[in-house]
Design a protein around this ligand. Structure first.
Ligand code: HEC
Ligand code: HEC
Ligand code: HEC
Ligand code: HEC
Ligand code: HEC
Ligand code: HEC
Length: 490
């Protein structure tokens, strides 16, 4: 099978060097991750991922608290999918209702096709079965199970197989993926369910037509699962999702680094405690996922984009990914005219635009508990702010200073951001803003990209490892698609 990743080949040598360095450091002190400025602490790179259940026995409290958060929910089996207050059966009911009279939920193969499915196609399934003249693959829920049906042009099924459907999402929306056995892994289903599009006619939420050619293990896994073994997958593409990851969801090791060494010999020196990292490193532990990327620097951009796969606590996110950039004065789908985020997982940019730029996310957020209000905050919502700001003494006032839509005349103005804005910056009229116009950089870059050297990090990166014109084109293409795609980001 074709190998798509580039830098990873040189990783073993680097890992040995780092482990030697780690060993030397460990001799002198009982803790490898002492909070010193230089050299920055590093994650134990040779260890393997073992999964959150392995940590439970010795860290029952951390485990139980983590289960309360949204992180373990990042990836669900269909039976566990959230039901928006409905019984699971009702959700199956919705599925049946939606796809009752149709061939089912189309599996997306081609973003240029209205149906999401390219025309007549010859398929080779991983088990060797050859299927010709397949016009589309549809997944339907029938009599207690999901079936993938390969239809020809006249709508006759030429092949049918049992499949497992699972998905992401707990609070607002849910996307589903399925492996139809053609060797490309888990593909997104075309229709997904959104609660945040509920209205009078559809009080439970709505099915949204989302034509998307992304593949789960190429474009979602780094942020929604833990310990993806890409080499194992590339060696055997018939493996199921559960066989190539350590955790279905954001597991302990996403933030603490791989734990095999630690479980064999539990020491503080062979596992990362983010508390012992520098502020920037702490920030990056969250930014590996709570950011909006364009491409991954180590991969063919045609193959993998979106996540920061390979990142380990202690690393710099910017070494792994390119991110979106703002267009000052002109809003686009992801960023408002003053730089505020308009999408999910863009808090990392927001925070850096305001007075709390040097804070880490963990100063407010809890990862092993939810507060009495069910929020992932260390204190109650009010106590999160009122200790320093006596005037932010009600949840309403706090929501108001974090509401980027407040005070703007709708999206048209290009200044409206999203509801949970993290800039913590207000203008003279009390509106939630990103950067005030007087501070907009001359070029379309984030201020920290300009501030550091006067040269865009992207330029530096390209200078270091020149990309081909083709790569640059693909990056531009991905960016454009990101911009143009309907609905939310996924
Ligand atoms: C066999 C028991 C055991 C297992 C399994 C285990 N740990 Fe630990 N862990 C410990 C002990 C004991 C310590 C404290 C070591 C010390 O203080 O010298 C520790 C320390 C830690 C620390 C550092 C705490 C600090 O004070 O800095 C973290 C983080 C941690 N473990 C995370 C994990 C994670 C994540 C897993 C699963 C991958 C895990 N542990 C599995 C026993 C275990
Ligand atoms: C850069 C990391 C990243 C990538 C890549 C990514 N996601 Fe997410 N996703 C997140 C984060 C973080 C959240 C939580 C967003 C927030 O609240 O800001 C999220 C939220 C979601 C939600 C909504 C969850 C809910 O409870 O409402 C869905 C659904 C989702 N992602 C699906 C996907 C799918 C499908 C893919 C791949 C095609 C994908 N994501 C790729 C980081 C990512
Ligand atoms: C999303 C990131 C994240 C996840 C997931 C996570 N942790 Fe942590 N963990 C942290 C951070 C950050 C700290 C530092 C203390 C803090 O800020 O809460 C920490 C601290 C710890 C500590 C040190 C003692 C303490 O409580 O302060 C232990 C032990 C620990 N985590 C174990 C676990 C285990 C076991 C799991 C999985 C069941 C887990 N963590 C999942 C981020 C995470
Ligand atoms: C491996 C990827 C990953 C890492 C690392 C990660 N997150 Fe998340 N986070 C997610 C995803 C995905 C979701 C959405 C889960 C869902 O709703 O299904 C999420 C959800 C959240 C939420 C809840 C959002 C809501 O809708 O209420 C908070 C708060 C959060 N993360 C904070 C953090 C902080 C702080 C850190 C760093 C210590 C962190 N996360 C590290 C991926 C990650
Ligand atoms: C000054 C405190 C503070 C800091 C720092 C902070 N947050 Fe938050 N965050 C909040 C509050 C308050 C909320 C709203 C309550 C909630 O929904 O959890 C929130 C909400 C969120 C949500 C849920 C968003 C949604 O739309 O429902 C996510 C995800 C999140 N924060 C991630 C982060 C990340 C990632 C960082 C670091 C880049 C960060 N936060 C830094 C206070 C903070
Ligand atoms: C540890 C103290 C501390 C906490 C806790 C804190 N802040 Fe701040 N905040 C500050 C400081 C310091 C400034 C900078 C003040 C300045 O530059 O004038 C600031 C500035 C701000 C500003 C811009 C100035 C203003 O008030 O108009 C906003 C908005 C803000 N914080 C909101 C919040 C919110 C909302 C929370 C809770 C989620 C919060 N802060 C929690 C210390 C804190």
């Amino acid at each position: 099978m074709q190998v798509f990743y580039k830098k990873w080949r040189s990783l073993p040598a680097l890992a040995v060097a780092l482990t030697l360095a780690g060993g030397l450091l460990a001799c002198g002190s009982s803790r490898l991750f002492t909070p010193v400025a230089t050299p920055d602490p590093v994650a134990p790179v040779l260890a393997a991922y073992v999964g959150a259940d392995t940590c439970q026995a010795c860290h029952p409290e951390a485990y139980a608290g983590w289960r309360e958060t949204l992180h373990p929910e990042a990836f669900n089996g269909f039976n566990d999918l959230y039901s928006f207050g409905l019984k699971t059966n009702d959700l199956f009911g919705l599925w049946i209702e939606r796809f009752g009279d149709t061939p089912g939920n189309p599996v997306c193969y081609d973003k240029n096709e209205d149906t999401g499915i390219s025309g007549t196609k010859d398929f080779s399934l991983s088990d060797g079965t050859k299927l010709t003249d397949v016009d589309g693959v549809y997944v339907k829920y029938e009599e207690g199970k999901f079936l993938a049906r390969f239809l020809n042009e006249s709508g006759t099924a030429v092949h049918t197989t049992d499949v497992m459907v699972f998905g992401h999402g707990k609070t607002n929306r849910q996307t589903y993926v399925v492996n139809v056995g053609d060797g490309s892994g888990n593909r997104l289903l075309k229709w997904h369910f959104r609660k945040d599009r509920a209205n009078e006619k559809n009080p439970l939420g709505r099915w949204i037509d989302r034509n998307d050619d992304r593949i789960w293990q190429n474009n979602c896994v780094g942020c929604h699962a833990t310990g993806y073994d890409i080499e194992k997958w590339e060696a055997d593409s018939s493996l199921t999702a559960g066989e190539i990851i350590a955790d279905i969801g954001v597991g302990c090791e996403s933030c603490h680094g791989p734990g095999s060494d630690h479980i064999a010999n539990p020491l503080v020196s062979n596992i990362v405690n983010p508390d012992d990292l520098t502020k920037t490193q702490q920030f990056d532990v969250c930014a590996q996922c709570h950011t909006r990327t364009t491409t991954h620097k180590d991969f063919d951009p045609e193959y993998r984009w979106g996540d920061a796969l390979g990142f380990r606590p202690g690393d710099k996110v910017e070494d792994f990914v390119e991110t979106i950039v703002p267009t000052w004065g002109k809003a686009w789908r992801r960023v408002s005219a003053d730089g505020k985020g308009r999408g999910d997982h863009q808090m990392t940019f927001d925070l850096k635009l305001g007075p709390k730029a040097d804070w880490s996310c963990t100063q407010c957020h809890s990862l092993h508990s939810v507060n009495g209000e069910g929020l992932m905050l260390k204190e109650s919502l009010v106590d999160t702010c009122v200790t320093c700001h006596s005037d932010y003494d009600t949840p309403q006032k706090i929501s108001a200073v974090m509401d980027g839509t407040r005070g703007w005349d709708g999206d048209d103005a290009g200044f409206a951001g999203k509801k949970n804005q993290h800039t913590f910056r207000l203008d003279a009229e009390g509106r939630v803003i990103g950067l005030p116009e007087s501070e907009w950089p001359a070029e379309n870059k984030w201020p920290w990209q300009v501030a550091e050297t006067g040269v865009n990090k992207t330029d530096k990166m390209f200078a270091k490892s020149p990309k081909t014109t083709d790569d640059t084109k693909v990056i531009a293409k991905n960016l454009k698609e990101n911009e143009g795609a309907a609905g939310s980001n996924k």
